[in-house]
Design a protein around this ligand. Sequence first.
Ligand code: ZN
Length: 91
Amino acid sequence: MPIMNGDTVYMFLCKICNFGEECLCRLYKILSWTDLVHLIVFNLTLKSKRQFHSLASEIMPYVEETWKAFQPRPEWLGMTPNLRRAKVIFT
Ligand SMILES: [Zn+2]
């Protein structure tokens, strides 16, 4: 899975250090909601080339469209859109 722009919550091991196979792993245990929302808004800002976004018409549709690409923690994957929206609002 490609890394999103600005994502620093992953680990890369080259094939020399990882016994012949490159490894690009999400650091799930240190990924916070704040990290994730920051990444989402940062990538939306790059995409739209604007600094401010509407929660209802831009941020949440973008979250729903790209959710898995941001590699959220496995326990967050099953969240309902309403719960995601609440988490984004209160982050
Ligand atoms: Zn290396």
